[in-house]
Design a protein around this ligand. Structure first.
Ligand code: ZN
Length: 277
């Protein structure tokens, strides 16, 4: 059972926390733990500053439980910030952002072909994801599918530069529709990689959907712990158009569960994505 709890602090007292259970997947009543227990559990994950200004405005932490994983966010000026950005099942989307100063702890370069020659951050992924990607690419190759990296890790600063560039050429509305604001790109987690064939044909383009590489990825990515993060038909939930090239590491167990049930990460956490248009 998945539970969503909002813990709203209206004073500096944790004991005074008001717990509001807003729902669960089957709408049945869920036992509400004591305020002390829940507040402490949430706060042990990420402590906001309990100074007087914070108390006056009220700060909110939200804990979402899905299976064995938790998605905990806290609100800063109305923006949801992932409280456990290192979690391999972390939800980052147009609503939930990474902390501005977040740097993935263990970025490495997977030994796979890339469609570019520069030695830069785009080659990097978190270690666990990089190792899984190496296996995926090697096994695909054995089946005659030649995959290459297009774009992996992107820092907050790089995403900021990229987003500002899109705004300058496309304007605010289109930039927000097709790109992610800094802190909101999955590429900043170090758990995502865009793939294409080794020639870069249809790299990050709609025509990739019709390639043998895309079909192989859709059929096999979950075996290696990856999901097609922005599937067809789920645009209103993820907030993104279909991206058959963008794979996201979440671990094998969760990837297989999501893929077999046809669920997005948002649905797994019962999270409503903000649609940009
Ligand atoms: Zn991508």
């Amino acid at each position: 059972m998945r539970k969503i709890r909002f813990v709203t602090l209206t004073s500096v007292s944790v004991l005074g926390a008001m717990i509001l259970l807003v729902g669960c997947s089957n709408k049945k009543a869920v036992p509400v733990p004591s305020p002390e227990t829940t507040a402490q559990a949430v706060y042990s994950a990420n402590l906001p500053t309990n100074d007087s200004s914070t108390a006056k405005q009220g700060s909110t932490q939200e804990e979402k439980q899905g299976g064995a994983d938790h998605q905990i966010v806290h609100l800063e000026n109305g923006v949801e910030i992932a409280a456990k950005p290192d979690d391999i099942a972390v939800l980052v989307n147009k609503q939930v952002k990474l902390p501005d100063d977040y740097n993935p702890p263990d970025l490495v370069e997977p030994k796979i072909p890339f469609i570019f020659t520069e030695k830069d951050d785009r080659r990097l992924m978190r270690k666990v994801a990089a190792e899984a990607l190496e296996k995926l690419v090697a096994d695909a190759k054995n089946e005659g599918i030649h995959l290459a990296g297009v774009s992996g890790y992107r820092s907050y600063q790089t995403q900021k530069t990229l987003f500002n560039y899109y705004i300058s050429v496309q304007g605010q509305e289109l930039a927000r529709k097709y790109s992610a604001e800094p802190g909101h790109s999955e590429h900043e987690t170090g758990l995502a990689m865009d793939l294409s064939d080794t020639k870069g044909t249809c790299a990050a383009e709609d025509c990739f959907a019709n390639t043998p590489e895309a079909k192989w990825l859709a059929d096999h990515a979950a075996d290696y712990g990856f999901i097609i993060r922005y599937p067809k038909g789920k645009e209103s939930i993820t907030g993104y158009n279909y991206e058959p090239w963008h794979i996201r590491y979440v671990g094998t167990q969760l990837a297989k569960e999501l893929t077999s049930k046809g669920l997005t990460l948002e649905e797994y956490y019962d999270h409503k994505a903000m649609v940009s248009n």
